[in-house]
Design a protein. Sequence first.
Length: 77
Amino acid sequence: MQNFRVGVDIGGTFTDIVFLDDDGQILARKIASTPDDYSRAVLDGIANGVKELGITADMVSEVSHGFTVATNAIIEQ
C-alpha cells in the first residue's frame, strides 16, 4: 500500500498543503486560509487532496504542520 506524508503551512492569507508519496511524487495545493478558524482550511485542504489523489485517510502516515501567523504578529509589533 502506498503511503503519503502531508505537509501543511498556514499563513495569514493562504494555506499550503503538500502530499508526498513513497516514490517522491508531490501534489501541492494552495487554498485560502480561514482566519476565524485556521483548522477549517487545513481539514478542507487535506480532504480535497485525499479526494483528488483517490486515496483513503489511512494511507496518510504523517502530517507535519507549520504556522507563521503568530510569528509574524510578534515580528510586526
